[in-house]
Ligand binder design. Structure first.
Ligand code: BDP
Length: 692
């Protein structure tokens, strides 16, 4: 009997304390009795969610939920809310139901992060109206660039069976203000538009609706020919036009509040209007016309490049700026943050500030395709903060990306999701922070990475400064660390072929597209390293407004972090003192004092080594603060950091040893020396992902 009791106790304890990450940042301790929440408005499904969340989880005074009447005729739901405390009560008010829901989650966030004060007087309005996740999920259940297991969508079981995770997903998104989701891959199967699949999409839309989340789909531009049996998909052909109009009408009968289409066209082999001699504007406007009367939009991606058109970094700008002003008013051009492709660090894409008469929305990548995937702890909010705060100078100084993209008729932002079937949703515990950060920054790009890290840690682990403050340090330096050990000083795309996880700067695949090979980007030779994009090179600098173009053009004023992005430098060129100054902490522990300046080669050696040192420091800090949390997650993160530390050394050695074959110089004696042989590293087959 005793044994049975003990077993039952242990089972119970495990059930209660299983810390598999499935609860994300929503770890409220449920109330033993319901909190008092009063709402005089009709209890709609959305209000019911708000009410229930507060009743179960709110620990304070009586709450009133209040819908305000409004004369506004905004085309987009106004998600604003206010929270005001009075003596014995708190009033959450909004003109919309979903505003109340956001208010409820906001209040709970303050409670969970111990930020509640007696007097609350908050008023919040999101800066982007459309805050959208892009799932690169295929209809066969795989996820392109997904590192958290298969797709969350069980297409085979839909529409009949609804996984409980659909609702949990919607709840998590609503709690951080995400209000749209594109459920399928931009490399879109035309089948998504068949009635069969639209019924499945409808089932998801029905689950998401109470949480204020609209559904969108990615469409294949050749759908009229592929599934419609038409002879062409030419956007100016009347049959094509009629096909899209009737398809869109069908979608709206099935899903009345459908959001619209996301389109990847004439990019990486996807079909598009150029196949018929038409422009991106012709293609986008044709779809937009079909969606217009239903209130739908087209998000048309600007991720275009082809091997014959010169410097890849220039191509989207070259293709899209001549079309500026020609897009319909329900088309929004979706632009990746950088001009190449979600690299560890890129300067901002010059289409921001380049397109002035076209609606434009940023596309960020949450899934860390090029930042260690779900294996490396890399917090992306510092990167996004940097991006939002970049000054484009398009209307003079102060034309920050976060300002120009939130002052349009439609303000939207997309993030490529890192969500999958894994119990912890994102493949690792800290990867959840990037989903969280995307939502928070889409709501308010003025939030700092530090604030977001801190509140995420408090909710996801414990609201104790002894834990959150060192853990925030880890998060805040993780992006810089990753850049250092992967590709510092503006280097980019040194990744292993197709896999995009490990290093392969030497990669040479016969007959491969030149612009898919690392050599195209690093241009290492016996003279030096880097891509010359100055006025005497590809002249990509000219795509930026003054004074940026002059600044980038001149190595003396170009920020060191972009040195090799814009310049081909000689191995012995003296880099300004930026790295050298920063390096003092690295050298402090060694016998040598910090140098005054570096040559390019020395700076490279330093950055790679410093990146490794940063990860080693992250390990130590975690060892110290991680023990304050549950063992399960502590150990998992600890083990992830080990992998990251080994991978960092792998990256460092692969890149330095390879570049050394050109520089012909020794790695300075006062820095760490390689532990691997280049020839061995060249043999690694990345099928299995990492060095482990
Ligand atoms: C690249 C990915 C590729 C995507 C493409 C895109 O490697 O899988 O299809 O971006 O954004 O980063 O379309």
């Amino acid at each position: 009997m005793k044994f049975l009791q003990l077993t039952l106790f242990l089972m119970f304890a495990q059930a209660v304390y299983a810390e598999d990450g499935s609860r994300l940042w929503l770890r409220y301790q449920e109330n033993s009795s319901r909190a008092e929440v009063i709402c005089k408005h009709k209890i709609t499904p959305t209000i019911a969610v708000a009410k229930q969340e507060l009743e179960s989880n709110w620990k304070g005074r009586k709450i009133y939920l209040q819908i305000l009447s409004s004369k506004k005729t905004s085309p987009h739901p106004d998600d604003s809310f206010s929270i005001i405390s009075k003596a014995n009560e708190i009033v959450i008010s909004s003109i919309s139901e979903v505003g109340l829901l956001y208010g409820a989650y906001h209040l709970l966030r303050l409670q969970e992060t111990a930020q509640l004060t007696d007097n609350v007087n908050i008023s919040e309005t999101p800066k982007y109206n459309l805050r959208i996740l892009n799932h690169w999920d295929n209809l066969d259940g795989t996820v392109e660039r997904g590192y958290a297991g298969g797709s969350l969508w069980q297409w085979n079981e839909l529409p009949e069976n609804l996984s409980p995770r659909y609702r949990q997903y919607a709840r998590a998104n609503a709690s951080i203000g995400i209000n749209g989701t594109v459920v399928n891959n931009v490399n879109a199967s035309p089948n998504i538009l068949t009635t069969h699949y639209l019924q499945k999409v409808k089932a998801l839309a029905d689950v998401f609706r109470p949480y204020g989340i609209k559904i969108y789909i990615s469409v294949n531009f050749s759908s009229p020919a592929i599934i419609g049996g038409l002879p062409t998909s030419d956007p100016l052909n009347s049959e094509t036009i009629a096909w899209w109009h009737s398809k869109v009408a069908e979608i709206y009968t099935i899903i009345p509040d459908f959001g619209g289409f996301l389109v990847k066209a004439n990019s990486e082999g996807q079909p598009g209007p150029q196949d018929f001699g038409r422009t991106h504007a012709d293609g986008a406007n044709m779809l937009a016309a079909a969606l217009k009367k239903h209130g739908g939009i087209v998000m048309w991606r600007a991720f275009v490049y082809n091997p014959t058109a010169g410097d890849r970094a220039k191509q989207a700008f070259d293709e899209f700026t001549p079309l500026d002003g020609l897009f319909a008013d329900n088309v929004i051009v979706q632009v990746k943050n950088g001009p190449i492709d979600f690299q560890p660090r890129e300067p901002f894409n010059p289409l921001f500030g380049g397109l002035k008469k076209t609606l434009i929305m940023p596309e960020l990548q949450i899934t860390q395709e090029y930042l260690g995937q779900s294996k490396h702890l890399v917090f992306l909010a510092p990167m996004w903060q940097d991006f939002f705060e970049s000054d484009t100078y398009c209307n003079g100084q102060g034309s920050l990306i976060k300002t120009i993209t939130t002052n349009q008729k439609i303000n939207a932002i997309a993030g490529v999701a890192n969500i999958g079937e894994d119990a912890n949703w994102c493949g690792s515990h800290f990867a959840q922070a990037n989903w969280y950060a995307f939502g928070r920054m889409a709501w308010n790009p003025n939030l700092t990475a530090e604030q977001i890290a801190d509140e995420w840690l408090a909710q996801t682990f414990i609201p104790d400064k002894n834990f959150t403050s060192p853990a925030t340090d880890i998060m805040l330096q993780s992006w810089e660390a990753c850049i250092n050990y992967m590709m510092p000083l503006g280097l980019h795309h040194l990744f292993a072929w197709e896999h995009h996880y490990g290093p392969q700067p030497w990669c040479d695949i016969p007959d491969a597209r030149e612009d898919w090979l690392p050599k195209y980007y690093h241009r290492a030779d016996s003279a030096g390293l880097g891509f010359d994009r100055t006025t005497s090179g590809s002249n990509a600098v000219a795509q930026y407004h003054s004074p940026l173009r002059e600044q980038f053009d001149d190595i003396k004023t170009c920020p060191e972090k972009y040195a090799l992005w814009f310049h081909h430098l000689k191995w012995n060129d003296t880099l300004y003192t930026e790295s050298a100054q920063k390096s003092s902490c690295y050298f402090e522990n060694g016998s040598e004092s910090a140098p005054q300046n570096f040559t390019l080669w020395e700076a490279l050696c330093y950055h790679y080594n410093y990146g490794v040192a940063q990860v080693r420091q992250m390990q130590k800090t975690w060892q110290q603060c991680g023990q304050m949390i549950d063992t399960e997650r502590f150990v998992r993160v600890q083990s992830g950091l080990k992998t990251q530390a080994r991978d960092a050394m792998w990256w460092r050695d692969a890149c330095l040893l390879y570049f050394q074959t050109f520089s012909k110089q020794q790695i300075p004696f006062n820095m760490e020396q390689p532990v691997y042989e280049l020839e061995d590293l060249k043999k690694i087959n990345l099928g299995n992902g990492s060095l482990n």
